[in-house]
Design a protein around this ligand. Structure first.
Ligand code: GDP
Ligand code: MG
Length: 367
């Protein structure tokens, strides 16, 4: 790694430290055992000793340590996104789901604190990402972030397949995410759930009962009908996917949304995909660095930790990351800061390069 000392290199190459100190001296760079060496010097000395060493950047080191031993993997809850045409009932469905499995008295008091929610059904948890479907999904995918395990495609039974229904299907297919269809508004007089099934068949979404791959559940989000059946379908699909993650390691995952709050500073909603996140952890999210000062679960309660598939709102980042950014906890705060700095520098260089590429030909296009 960058910043390695003479002692580190000696250990890595399994040679006496004195050999390295001698060579450094001969190269005109007298250094002691505990002094750190520049990248060039490390590679030069290694080469001198007949060894091929390449110093990793912080980014390379970062991408290096995501391996999990299969025996450390434990089941994790499914992460679900609801997609569909405008007014087909996404918001109503998420609302109905939030009130499922909650005692009557408590139901009225549920406030949604963050852009994600969790429900318990049959003693199991399901995580829902509530953020406005298409934009977030597209932004995340464009940035290589796969956060959703299952898509619920909601189609109003009185309206049928519409342009954004088809868009949603395309998103889910491109991301290789299984689709469960919720045929909504079956309480309405003009509802025709069979027609929805027929129309979707033309787009490759074929009901299981017709020999296809997709589960269909008829629901009324407004009248709270079929909601439990839908959630059970999600759990069945999750079982097939065998979703697992290692909870006993430093946390990593993605930013679902982030903003600057007047009183609280940078506020980010994170979805943990691996490891356990704790208050006090040093994290990097995209170009933002910080130490987690406080965490809140989807019900607005302060929590001390978040496990795989848990969404949490965190305070403590020094700047505002972007939706879709990867986040990661570091054991050493200095490593976290170094990675954030490296990314910020890279972004600045890219920005400058963009400016440089303005030529007489394209000058007027960019103005
Ligand atoms: P979104 O745009 O997909 O988020 O759709 P909304 O949840 O905002 O719903 C659009 C409209 O459809 C609202 O007026 C809802 O009250 C209504 N709606 C949603 N679900 C149902 C349902 O199951 N039955 C009926 N009759 N109306 C519904
Ligand atoms: Mg809505």
């Amino acid at each position: 790694p960058q910043g390695s000392t003479v002692a580190d290199l000696a250990k890595l190459l399994n040679v006496p430290a004195n050999d390295i100190i001698k060579r450094l001296f001969l190269l005109g760079n007298p250094l002691t055992l505990t002094e750190s060496m520049s990248d060039d010097l490390i590679e030069l000395v290694a080469d001198d000793l007949g060894r091929d060493v390449k110093v990793m950047t912080k980014e390379e080191e970062n991408s290096f340590s995501f391996y999990d031993d299969p025996k450390d993997l434990k089941p994790r809850p499914p992460v679900v996104t609801v997609m569909g045409h405008v007014d087909h009932g996404k918001t109503s469905l998420l609302d109905a789901i939030r009130h499922t499995g909650v005692a009557e008295g408590e139901a009225g008091g549920i406030t949604q604190a963050i852009g994600a929610s969790q429900v318990q059904i049959n003693g199991r948890t399901i995580t829902f990402i509530d953020t406005p479907g298409h934009e977030t999904f597209t932004a995340m995918r464009a940035r290589g972030a796969k956060v959703t395990d299952i898509v619920i495609l909601i189609v109003a039974a009185d309206d049928g397949v519409m342009p954004q229904t088809i868009e949603s299907i395309n998103h889910a297919k491109a991301a290789n995410v299984p689709i469960i269809v919720a045929v909504n508004k079956i309480d309405k007089p003009g509802a025709d759930p069979t027609r929805v099934r027929q129309e979707l068949t033309e787009h490759g979404i074929i009901p299981e009962e017709w020999g296809g791959q997709n589960m269909f559940v008829d629901i009324s989000a407004k009248k709270h009908m079929g909601i439990e059946d839908l959630l059970e379908a999600v759990l069945l699909e999750a079982d097939v996917l065998e979703l697992k993650a290692n909870p006993d390691t430093f946390a990593s995952g993605h930013v679902l949304e982030a903003k600057l709050d007047r009183g609280r500073g940078s506020v980010a909603t994170l979805l943990v995909s691996r490891g356990t996140l704790h208050v006090g952890d040093a994290i990097v999210a995209g170009m933002a660095f910080g130490k987690i000062r406080a965490m809140m679960d989807p019900r607005g309660r302060n929590v001390k930790e978040a496990r795989p598939s848990d969404p949490v709102e965190v305070l403590g980042l020094q700047s505002v990351p972007m939706a879709g950014d990867e986040f990661r906890v570091f054991q050493d705060e200095r490593d976290a800061r170094a990675l954030a700095d490296e990314r910020a520098l890279k972004a600045r260089i890219e920005e400058q390069n963009k400016v440089k590429h303005v030529t007489l030909e394209n000058l007027f296009d960019t103005m």
